[in-house]
Design a protein around this ligand. Sequence first.
Ligand code: PLP
Length: 443
Amino acid sequence: MRIKITDRTRDIIARDRKVMLTTTREHYPFVSHKAEGDYTYDIEGNRFIDFATFISVYNFGENASKLVRDAIRSQVGNLMHAAFTDYYSELPVVFAENLVKMFPKGFGRVFFSNSGAEANEAAIKFSKIFTKRQYMMGFYNGFHGRTLGSLSLTASKNVQREHFGPFNAVVHAPYAYCYRCPFNQEYPSCGMACVDYIKKYPLAKEVPPSEVAAIFVEPVAGEGGYIVPPKEFIQGIREIASDNGILMVSDEVQAGYMRTGTFLAMDHFKVEADIYTMAKAVGAGLPMGVTVTRSSLGNIPSGSHANTFGGNLAAVAGADAQLGYVRKNYGELQAAAYRKGKRMMKRLKQMMEDYEIVGDVRGLGMMIGVELVKDKRSKEPAVEEQEKVLEQCFSNGLLLLPCGTSSIRLIPPLTISDANLETGLNLFEDAIKSANRNRKRAR
Ligand SMILES: Cc1ncc(COP(=O)(O)O)c(C=O)c1O
């Protein structure tokens, strides 16, 4: 155990439990204090390597760079909030102009909000108004947020939906989760049964395609288990959408903004969506959601959608400074994501060979998931072992987050040093080794 926890931490956690309503907090007692570069510190002064980047927000180093922080500071001295949907400001317009340069040709309209859920809420409303249709389609293992519209699309875990229905008009279909294929087939001999299913069942028996406004899909399923689908899955969805006048929405809230090595994760699939949503890393640590639409879809009537804080000047100042850095260093950041991602995959795939408990390793760029199982034959999810790995890593100075039923996400900053990446992987392997040794057998 490298870190020390005292009553100071325990007291804050006890007070938190009394006064706070809801959380999805980890089992381990991490009380954050400060962060910079590769490191995050808790209030006890313990130092951690962060393989969770505060949920994929600090893609370019903990607490963003000095450049970003200075831009925010300087804007705070002038004006923080300027009610951007009611009055005009130049900075959000500049940021939107810069942002659309990162999108395929023909993408030219932006809506600002404050979170991923809100970015998706906007995409739901825009799709409805653009198509004058009522239904949405989403996928199992998909996560699009927890507000009621976005939650209608989310179908990752029952606890997220229990007691909140009835929901908006959404139909769901299986995501291409090849490790646990819902059709008990194997890729590529499956012939993409999951794409076929969409045509044969939901769209043939539940809702006519002519009534579907949009299909929402994560290019890599995040919260639902860090699942990377085959290219043909995403391409199949694109085809279904195009053939039926349905809009395709790429939810890039977690996978976007260079995490997979490209600004848009959808680019890996050689497909263009019609609407993109982003949040998390966009705001460089301040709340920011963006919904970007194909210009040819047109505009929406004034007053049909707006908010108070979208385009908040302090948030936009940081976001634009970070975007400037990304545009200037794109090649280098991309090369780093691919090189370090490859290194991570190699180490993790070796762990899959060496330890029974590591059932699957999958990823794109530096968005990598490891699925833990009781044993490779039964594939029974190793839920307790997942918790043990997270706890041991924490105790030894490595922060991680779970996903899916028994998976762990590994999402360090793209800027992490090779030495810290290696140390983090060593700590992860130590924890996998212990969990493997002590694992409870499949029932
Ligand atoms: C893919 C995806 N969409 C939407 C959301 C919701 O974002 P937020 O928590 O900012 O509302 C998340 C959050 O984890 C996400 O991963």
